[in-house]
Design a binder for this molecule. Structure first.
Ligand code: PXG
Length: 289
C-alpha cells in the first residue's frame, strides 16, 4: 500500500506520524471517508468541501489548496491501482508538545490512505439490520458539533461498544433532548405513508453526503422528502427504515429495540432507492482510471 504523507508517497511501513502529533494526543484534527466505484471517486468535491469546513470550524489551516488536495487523492488512488475502494483523508493539528495549545503545532499533518472497507456483513444488506438504542447520547452541538467530522469519535465509539456488548451490529443514538439523531457512522431515514423523513442537521448529526444523495434520488423517484425531528415512537411505527453512509452505503433496518419495522423485511421504497443509488455510484464521480 502506498500512502500520502505530508507531500510524499511512502510505503505503509514508512507511513509514520509522531507520538507528539496532537491528532494522537488529543484527537485534534479532522477527516473524511470517500468511496470509489469503478474508477470514479464518488462525490469527491462534496467530501473535500466538508473536510475544509470541518477544518475551518476547529481553526485548522490545511496546508494545501482544495485542488492540491484533490490531486494528491487522485495520485494516491492511481499509485495503489485501485478502482473500487475507500479513501481516508486525515488532517491533524500536527506535532506539538505535551500541552493542548495548538499554537505549539506549526505544521498540520496530512495523510491519505486508499484501501478497502466493509462495515456490516454482506447478508445484512438483503436481510436487514437489527439496531438498539444505546445510553450514550450524541454530542451536543454546543459542545462539539457533530457536523464537524473530527478525529474525536469517542462519542460514536462508546455507542458502538454499547451496541456490540448487547449483541447488535449498530447503535441508535438519540440527541440530548431524546430525539432520534443517527447511528455511529450512518444517518437514519424512515418512510411513513410514502414520505421519506430524516432528522435535520439541527438535531445534532453529521450532514451526510450519502444522505443528501438519497434525498435527491427519492425526490427524483417522486417521493416527498422531509427533514424533521422525530422520536423512537415514529421509528417503531414506520413502514421502512434504513441507514446511509459512505462506508455503509444504504442498509435496510428491520428491527429496532425488539420492535419489527413494517413487514420485517427491506421494503419497496428502500429497494427502489438502493437500485438507483447503485446506478449512479459508478458513473457520478471524478473519473480517475
Ligand atoms: N454520521 C456519522 C456520525 C458518520 O461518521 C455518516 C453519518 C454518514 O455520512 P456520509 O457523508 O459518509 O454519508 C458518517 C460517516 C468508518 C466510516 O470508518 C464512517 C463513516 C464514513 C466512512 C467510514 O466507520 N461515517
Amino acid at each position: 500500500m502506498i500512502i500520502y504523507l505530508n507531500g510524499e508517497f511512502v510505503t505503509e511501513s514508512d507511513a509514520k506520524v509522531s507520538v507528539l502529533d496532537h491528532g494522537f494526543l488529543y484527537g485534534d484534527g479532522v477527516f473524511e471517508g470517500i468511496r470509489m466505484y469503478s474508477g470514479c471517486i464518488f462525490k469527491l468535491k462534496e467530501h473535500i468541501d466538508r473536510l475544509y469546513d470541518s477544518a475551518k470550524v476547529i481553526m485548522l489551516n490545511i496546508p494545501m489548496s482544495k485542488d492540491e488536495m484533490i490531486s494528491a487523492i487522485v495520485e494516491t488512488v492511481k499509485r495503489n491501482g485501485l478502482s473500487d475502494g475507500y479513501i481516508r483523508v486525515v488532517v491533524s493539528r500536527g506535532v506539538g508538545d505535551l500541552g493542548l495549545d495548538p499554537r505549539k503545532c506549526p505544521r498540520p499533518s496530512v495523510v491519505i490512505i486508499a484501501d478497502n472497507i466493509k462495515l456490516y456483513p454482506q447478508e445484512l444488506y438483503t436481510k436487514g439490520l437489527s439496531i438498539i438504542t444505546v445510553p450514550t447520547r450524541r454530542n451536543i452541538p454546543e459542545a462539539l458539533n457533530p457536523q464537524v467530522k473530527s478525529l474525536n469519535y469517542l462519542n460514536n465509539i462508546m455507542a458502538k461498544i454499547e451496541a456490540v456488548h448487547r449483541g447488535y451490529e449498530e447503535a441508535l443514538m438519540l440527541n440530548h433532548e431524546g430525539y432520534v439523531a443517527e447511528c455511529t457512522g450512518d444517518n437514519i431515514f424512515m418512510i411513513k405513508a410514502s414520505v421519506l423523513i430524516t432528522p435535520p442537521t439541527s438535531v445534532g448529526v453529521l450532514k451526510g453526503i450519502t444522505a443528501r444523495t438519497v434525498m435527491e434520488i427519492a425526490a427524483r423517484l417522486g417521493m416527498e422528502v422531509k427533514e424533521e425531528r422525530f422520536t423512537r415512537y415514529d421509528l417503531y411505527t414506520a413502514d421502512e427504515v434504513f441507514l446511509t453512509g459512505t462506508a455503509a452505503e444504504i442498509i435496510p433496518v428491520i428491527k429496532i429495540d425488539d420492535r419489527l419495522i413494517g413487514e420485517a423485511k427491506p421494503g419497496k421504497f428502500t429497494w427502489d432507492i438502493i437500485r438507483e443509488f447503485r446506478k449512479i455510484t459508478s458513473v457520478d464521480g471524478v473519473k480517475v482510471i
